[in-house]
Design a protein around this ligand. Structure first.
Ligand SMILES: [Zn+2]
Length: 268
């Protein structure tokens, strides 16, 4: 059996959903003073969850999204994060199977980096901020990936990739500076630093461009749907878009703009 056969991928998916339920706890308890230990319980009635109710994703489906005891609705965030974590884990494994000790390092780096990205995407959506502890851990991991691990479809671990981080993060830092934090948070620049170290200059630039497209489409759709209903200032966090298009480019190998083709076009 090969490392990317279906039974192996299914096992990695299940592992991902288990990690996902832990990520939910991290997202929920960050900055609340509560530790990460202790059994989970229903927020409405305090009923401690049984082993059966702790099964990621499937327990939500079988309980039809409500607590068994008090029938109060369970937030869709829980099964969503678990499902996305399972899918992302399986895709990371498929993209970077641990075929050698060197490649296993890459597998591990991307599994941990993806977990941090999922946490940051949800946290940014809920709280409109990316905590430093999450983004700095992510940046450190991305920095390490520049020097160690196996080759990927877009680049081999190679020190010039070191430049991609600051070069691609700089415009975001400038946007933050010029707008005094209104258009872009400094957290976005810190996030781009790590994303660019993981993807390199070419694929990284593509992920950023796609994030602006996605952000514009969602922003316009939002404005259209809420037209005339309320005049609240539109505040859509940009982090989730950056993270979504990072995964899109990473797994699809899709390059809308290939820097190399452009350079050839202008004979540079
Ligand atoms: Zn309950």
């Amino acid at each position: 059996m090969s490392l990317i056969d279906l039974p192996v991928l299914l096992a990695v998916f299940v592992l991902g959903t288990i990690i996902g339920s832990f990520l939910n706890v991290v997202i929920l308890r960050h900055n609340t003073g509560l530790g990460l230990g202790g059994r989970s319980h229903c927020f409405a009635c305090g009923h401690q969850l049984s082993a059966w109710e702790l099964i990621p994703f499937f327990s939500f489906v079988f309980q039809r999204g409500a607590c068994k005891h008090c029938r109060s609705r369970i937030s869709a965030q829980y099964p969503l994060v678990e499902l996305v974590s399972g899918i992302v884990f399986a895709l990371v494994w498929f993209e970077f199977p641990p075929t050698s000790p060197t490649h296993a390092v890459t597998t591990l780096i991307y599994l941990i980096a993806s977990s941090l990205l999922i946490v940051m995407a949800v946290y940014d959506t809920r709280q409109k901020i990316i905590p430093d502890s999450f983004v700095y851990s992510f940046d450190l991991l991305a920095l390490i990936s520049v020097f160690v691990g196996g080759a990927t479809w877009w680049h081999a671990p190679y020190y010039p990739t070191l430049l991609a981080g600051p070069v691609l993060a700089l415009p975001f830092a400038l946007l933050w500076l010029v707008s005094k934090g209104n258009w872009m948070g400094l957290g976005d620049a810190k996030l781009v630093l790590g994303l660019a170290w993981l993807l390199g200059m070419n694929a990284g630039l593509n992920a950023l461009i796609l994030a602006f497209w996605l952000g514009a489409i969602i922003g316009l759709a939002w404005m259209f749907m809420s037209f005339g209903r309320f005049k609240a200032r539109l505040e859509i966090p940009f982090g989730p878009f950056l993270i979504a298009t990072f995964f899109l480019v990473l797994f699809s190998h899709w390059l809308v703009f290939d820097i190399h083709t452009l350079l050839e076009l202008f004979r540079l």
